[in-house]
Write a protein that binds this ligand. Structure first.
Ligand code: ADP
Ligand code: ZN
Length: 721
């Protein structure tokens, strides 16, 4: 037997399938989609079996071993990988690697994550004439009754008797795979759907359309609708995938699904250890879980017989993998998989992407609307604070209006969420004497101050500088005002109000389980104020929260990105949606220097549809999506002149070979230098361009063996940095 094996050649942007001979004793373990170890030159590599062929006369090397009992990449995903490689101009191996948890990737140095529990069963012996001691008899009786008993349970009876029985081979061990996680199967009563919710559910169930956009305001009960649709599929014996943004994949969300579906669910997210992810993945592949809830890469969950795929908060840019190949969008993968399974896809959001709404408007997606909150609650009242006027009356970053509102809520024993929208580069640390901004020596990025370690850190390369007080440029001791991040705001807040403040950001939640603990503590009212970055904007549902404050709405608007208005509108609307979700009515206060900006005005009015119309017009005039498609090409390397020259060559080649496109650049990227690598960008805008992929592929081919330059291509980029 001969097999075609796909291997990863590290650091080379190529993949190839190589033929190997399968020794007779391994033939029975070979299946398409398992991993094998193969000799490659002087090294040993892991690879996936892609094809099984008849024997050949060629002199071939033998594979070393087969690594998996079960198939790792099934037929559907095998084909999906090929389509992705083609679609995103990525290597085939990168497309398979991105689908798999670390423990199942092709990686020769990977450790074995399989865990076993030891159980015992009776051996096939006639023991009727043997006399046992009491404890031994107890063990034998228990095994007789339960057939298989765990080691722990028997140790409780007597370890010496257990050992004796083992030695005499009266009982024998059986190894069973151990799953690190377990879900209780206790389900709570479900909510009776409202009439609005019922209408949506039956509209989906009675339609033959395949892709739906559920536009529903925050708190309109979308999640409840998802669960009903899933239950319907479950009763038909079908499986479901629910994607949620990593940031809102809180224990709260998972436990909501668990309470409804018990141990039918499997959760995949970054808070799991590699071993836990491996276990969840195997449970899914073996059909032991029917509902997968997870972040972006959960879209590749190896489920059979999928009945519905739900993408919650479909506007979230966490669904796009933008920083490595393949640069895919999970919604596109969802749609691709839905074709294979002939199932439905539901995209849900209170602020759908412009692209999605535009498709819904022309009928490519079936539009569903939930325009009211579940219990008839009004959306919270939004007040805009004009910082141009109020700055004089403010303490630090807090206007009078916001301080008063916070105090009012605290008096009533209610809770407050404060958002510090740190997105963008607002964290400048500047010298008070010469105005110099302190940048990383390796990257074109300002350093961020970390109080706990008293260091300035680069968030890109990890560079750190301790105890900096003197400006590196003018030498004055004038760098005392360090940071304006969450830490600083927390300090200010502590001086202004008497309250228990919980700070939640990347730094405080990076430890495993920290996020979960914080959310529980806030829910239990151990704190009055939750202060944090975007992390507080998504998916949280606390009934005591009646005030949401946004410290500065402008940071996101100042980012040089054509989506900055959309992202700002969406973030503000999401965080506003955290207020007044129960009986108590809610209030939102947004501080801004741009009170007349349309993204802020429409947030004030909770008017997504008008925002959508306005923004569509802007996009049309500036020739941006959804009217035009974009491709972002990044050209990077250590030698700035060389990279710049090659970038210009690429541009000329695009101009020569492509018609009906417009090209922007090459320009220096927003972040011009990372880790001493210089970065240039070219943007292509087009409506229709038939030979685009061919030409881009030629460019990639051309630079494949040039180690001085790296070319990255991103279709429909979500960020162009
Ligand atoms: P969304 O996902 O649109 O933000 P949710 O599904 O989270 O909305 O619902 C908002 C709140 O209303 C949640 O606390 C949820 O438990 C509750 N809820 C939703 N639907 C119902 C219902 N039919 N009956 C009672 N409570 C509901
Ligand atoms: Zn750096």
């Amino acid at each position: 037997m001969v097999v075609g094996v796909l291997v990863e050649l590290s650091n080379k942007n190529i993949d190839k399938i190589f033929d190997y001979n399968v020794p007779n004793n391994l033939e029975s373990s070979i299946k398409i989609g398992v991993r094998v170890e193969v000799p490659f030159g002087r090294q040993t590599l892991d690879g996936f079996v892609m094809e099984i062929k008849a024997d050949s006369n060629m002199e071939l090397k033998d594979i070393i071993c087969v690594k998996d009992k079960d198939i790792v990449i099934n037929d559907e995903l095998l084909e999906l990988g090929k389509k992705m490689a083609n679609e995103y101009l990525a290597t085939l191996i990168s497309c398979y690697q991105v689908m798999l948890p670390k423990a199942l990737k092709a990686n020769i140095n990977g450790k074995n994550y399989l865990k076993y529990d030891t159980f015992y069963k009776l051996n096939d012996l006639d023991i009727s004439n043997i006399k046992f001691r009491d404890k031994q008899k107890e063990i034998i009786d228990l095994i007789k009754e339960k057939k298989l008993v765990s080691r722990e349970e028997l140790l409780k009876i007597s370890s010496s008797s257990l050992n004796t029985l083992l030695k005499k081979e009266i009982i024998v061990p059986v190894m069973k795979e151990h799953y690190r996680l377990s879900y209780s199967d206790i389900k709570t009563k479900k909510n009776e759907l409202t009439n609005d919710q019922k209408k949506i559910v039956s509209e989906v169930n009675n339609s033959n359309d395949s892709i739906y956009l559920l536009y529903g305001v925050t708190g309109s009960g979308k999640t409840e609708v998802y669960m009903e649709l899933i239950e319907e599929q479950l009763s038909l014996g079908k499986t479901s995938i629910v994607l949620v943004p990593e940031i809102s994949l809180t224990p709260q969300m998972v436990s909501r699904f668990q309470q409804r579906f018990g141990d039918r669910i499997a959760a995949l997210h970054s808070a799991l250890s590699d071993g836990e992810k491996y276990d969840e993945w195997r449970r899914i592949a073996r059909g032991e879980a029917s509902i997968v809830i997870g972040a972006r890469s959960a879209i590749f969950a190896p489920l059979d017989n999928i009945g519905i795929i739900i993408v919650d908060e479909e506007h979230s840019d966490s669904y796009k993998q933008g920083d490595a190949n393949p640069r895919y969008h999970a919604v596109d993968i969802a749609i691709e998989r839905s074709k294979y399974h002939k199932c439905k896809v539901i995209l849900g959001s209170a602020t759908p992407r412009l692209e999605s709404m535009a498709r819904a408007e022309v009928g490519v997606y079936h539009l569903l609307k939930l325009l009211n909150r579940v219990n008839g609650k009004k959306l919270p009242l939004v007040t805009i604070v004009d910082l141009n006027k109020e700055m004089k009356k403010s303490i630090g970053h807090f206007s009078n209006t916001l301080i008063e509102a916070i105090n009012k809520r605290l008096e009533k024993n209610e809770q407050v969420i404060l958002l510090l929208n740190r997105r963008g580069y607002s964290n400048f640390i500047t010298c008070k004497n010469c105005g110099n901004t302190i940048k990383c020596p390796n990257c074109d990025i300002t350093l961020t101050y970390h109080k706990t370690s008293n260091t300035l850190r680069c968030h890109y390369c990890g560079y750190g500088e301790k105890n900096l007080t003197k400006c590196p440029s003018c030498g004055e001791e004038s760098i005392n005002d360090l940071g304006c991040g969450t830490e600083k705001i927390e300090e200010e807040l502590n001086k202004i109000v008497k309250a228990r403040i919980l700070r939640m950001d990347y730094d405080t939640t990076s430890r495993k389980g920290a996020h979960e603990k914080m959310i529980t503590a806030f829910k239990n009212h151990e704190y009055d104020i939750l202060l944090g970055t975007q992390i507080v904007a998504k998916g949280l549902d606390f009934s005591l929260v009646t005030l949401v404050g946004v410290i500065n709405a402008d940071t996101g608007l100042n980012i040089p990105d054509f989506r900055s208005s959309e992202n700002t509108f969406s973030l503000l609307s999401q965080v506003a949606g955290r207020a007044g979700r129960s009986e108590r009515s809610g209030e939102v206060i947004i501080q801004t220097f741009n009170p007349d900006h349309y993204a802020i005005k429409y947030t004030e009015e909770h008017d997504y549809l008008s925002f959508y119309k306005y923004e569509m017009n802007v996009r049309k005039q500036l020739k941006y999506p959804p009217y035009y498609y974009l491709v972002f090409i990044r050209i990077s390397g250590k030698d700035m002149n060389y990279v710049s020259n090659e970038a210009n060559k690429i541009k000329r080649s695009l101009e020569r070979n492509l018609a009906n496109i417009s090209i922007l650049g090459p320009t220096t990227c927003t972040i011009f230098k990372i880790n001493n690598i210089f970065r240039f960008g070219i943007i292509i805008k087009y409506k229709k361009c038939t030979n685009l992929k061919t030409i881009l592929n030629k460019i990639l081919d051309h630079y494949k063996s040039d180690s001085k330059i790296k070319v990255d291509i991103d279709f429909n980029p979500s960020q162009m940095l």
